[in-house]
Ligand binder design. Structure first.
Ligand code: F6R
Length: 603
């Protein structure tokens, strides 16, 4: 969370470069934005609460400057106001920061005793004062940054300018992403590659604990006081289009991209046969257990994957939330494969969970969307989803690409183990071919979703119920709705409702019941009947053609029937669309919901 950018060059391009970079990095937080640049031998800071567009209005683009840093914030310490916005300046140092300095209170007390006065509530101002304090004692910027790094706890990435060296940028990285972009006459610091991809394709990767000194002509990288050899690499990927392509919101565009994303993700492994699936995927033979670790929607994809892998590949699969796994006894077994799933590839908890699994000696497989991201670099084995750049904060196409990849893993293992008949395989291959068409069909039923959204938008609570894979889908549907429409909802295992929560069901309480798994269909339908008989307004999402009795629901959304391995990729579409239209009716900021950020790099 928080995006940071830094620039040094000799063409006077600083302001535009910083603002362009911040516009790309805004997905990392949009509580405030700010820049600091050198103007006539002095550092000037412009910052404002709210999005980068607020900042843009305050900037004089005629100013020529050769060095500067910029920040887009997801607030961690203190309100999202101007005072807490970055950059922060204390003494001779100006800093932008992503991450959390966990022991900032202790450091702040020490610095107050040394005479420092703080005006913001942030940990960043403390980091800035700490480096300034150390610099007064040591008289050397790099030594001060190095010592500050040993004194600070937590994860952080920083871009730093010192008043005494206005021809130099400094950078520090510890457990938060940071790269240095390199061109002949210009250098960059950035939280991600995308903010500088249109400027240069050469970069230097920093490791945890690295700090750097960046001049126009050279970049020096250090760790613990020792200079390291600098390796300049080339980005292997290009900037994806970030055009809305005529859609009102990125989220709507991304929902509609799912048929293409499915083809791109599955295509390299499956065409008319699954030979390539067997050749190109890692060999799963030696694993007796699978643990999938992720956060948020990626966990929901994992829960779908668990059902697929257990049902079709017959391997016990557990799913854990990364932030819980990190601080629990792992109980990882020797022949257990750890799969981490992440769209951004930067989620702090998922990354740390992956490192723990590696330290434990387990093989790790990353299912990652962002190429070259931290998790992609860290995992032993890697499968990229091909969702392309996802801009809307709420994930849609990346989620379904994760589900598709997990289905492929289940298919791979079950085929190798001979658990799937030829006839079923032919059926699956046929369904893989038609799935994008079915997805398009579902996407075209806009009016159906809009009518449902109109009937639900004024409610305060919505319940989602389902069993097994449908329960996993309920979780995703409920999260999508909550995060973009701010309407409270709960997802329940259908059989669990009567153990407490059914007391919340009243006349007209909306309940979305999902039934796509035939093995448990009648059980779930009974549970839906139970809420219906207590007055619930039931929206029934199913792939079943007809029921013996039709009076347990008010509205039915019928989705095409495909093989169970693929069915979740259809079921999720109405859930995404209903959430989208409810958020639209409620006038919410759909692409940038309040309090959220796209990339969660703090724990
Ligand atoms: C919800 C959403 C989040 C992410 C979660 C993990 O719509 O997008 O719940 O799924 O923050 O992010 P990644 O996949 O980047 O690790």
């Amino acid at each position: 969370m928080c995006g940071i950018i830094g620039y040094i060059g000799n063409k006077g391009n600083c302001i535009n470069t910083l603002v362009d970079g911040l516009s790309v990095l805004e997905y990392r937080g949009y509580d405030s934005a700010g820049i600091a640049y050198c103007d006539k031998e002095h550092i000037k800071i412009i910052k404002q609460s709210g999005s980068v567009s607020n900042l843009k209005k305050m900037i004089d683009y005629n100013i020529k400057s050769n060095i500067g840093i910029g920040h887009t914030r997801w607030a961690t310490h203190g309100k999202a106001n101007k005072t807490n916005s970055h950059p922060h300046k204390v003494g001779k140092f100006t800093i932008v920061h992503n991450g959390i300095v966990e022991n900032y209170n202790e450091l702040k007390r020490m610095l107050i005793d040394e005479g420092y006065i703080f005006i913001s509530d942030t940990d960043t101002e403390v980091a800035c004062a700490l480096i300034d304090y150390l610099y007064k004692k040591k008289g050397n910027v790099l030594d001060s940054i190095n010592e500050a790094n040993t004194l600070m706890l937590g994860g952080y990435a920083m871009a730093i300018i010192c008043d005494d060296y206005l021809d130099t940028l400094y950078a520090l990285k510890n457990k938060c992403p940071l790269i240095i972009g390199v061109d002949k006459d210009e250098k960059y610091i950035s939280s991600d590659a995308y903010a500088i991809l249109d400027k240069t394709n050469k970069n230097i990767e920093l490791n945890d604990g690295d700090y750097a000194m960046i001049n126009l002509n050279k970049v020096k990288v250090f760790n613990s006081g020792i200079e390291k050899q600098v390796n300049i690499k080339k980005f292997k990927y290009k900037m994806d289009s970030i055009d809305k392509k005529g859609y009102e919101h990125y989220m709507l565009k991304e929902i509609h991209e799912q048929p293409e994303v499915f083809k791109k993700t599955v295509g390299p492994y499956v065409n008319t046969t699954i030979d390539r699936l067997l050749e190109k995927m890692p060999n799963f033979d030696k694993y007796e257990k699978i643990r999938i670790i992720a956060c948020g929607s990626a966990t929901h994809a994992a829960l779908v994957g668990k059902q697929m892998i257990e049902s079709y590949a017959n391997i016990k699969t557990d799913v854990e939330i990364a932030s819980e796994f990190r601080y629990s006894k792992p109980f990882l077994q020797k022949n257990e494969l750890v799969i981490v799933i992440s769209q951004s590839g930067e989620t702090a908890d998922t990354l740390e969970a992956l490192k723990l699994a590696k330290q434990n000696g387990n093989d790790t497989l990353g299912i990652i969307n962002a190429k070259g991201s931290s998790i992609a670099k860290e995992a032993n084995l890697l499968l990229y989803t091909e969702a392309g750049k996802e801009i809307a904060v709420a994930t849609t196409k990346a989620y379904s690409a994760q589900v598709a990849m997990l289905s492929l893993i289940a298919l791979n293992i079950s085929t190798k183990k001979g658990l799937i008949s030829n006839q079923e395989l032919v059926e699956i291959l046929e369904d893989i071919k038609v799935l994008p068409v079915y997805m398009e069909e579902l996407l075209d039923r806009k009016n159906e979703y809009l009518e449902i959204a109109k009937s639900l938008a004024c409610h305060n609570d919505i319940f989602f119920i389902g069993r097994k894979v449908d329960y996993a889908l309920c979780m995703e549907g409920s999260l999508k709705l909550k995060e973009i429409s701010y309407l409270h909802s709960e997802a329940y295992a259908a059989g669990e409702l009567k153990h407490g929560t059914i007391s919340l069901i009243d006349k007209d309480t909306p309940v979305i019941g999902i039934v796509t798994d035939n093995n448990v269909a009648l059980k779930t339908i009974s549970n839906i009947e139970e809420v219906k008989s207590r007055g619930a307004n039931v929206i029934y999402i199913t792939n079943r053609c007809s029921e013996e009795n039709d009076n347990f629901y008010d509205i039915k959304i019928r989705i095409p029937k495909v093989h169970n391995l693929l069915s979740p990729l259809l079921t999720v579409i109405p859930l995404q669309m209903i959430a989208y239209y409810i958020a639209k009716i409620r006038n919410c900021n759909i692409d940038k919901p309040k309090n959220l950020a796209k990339s969660v790099t703090v724990e």
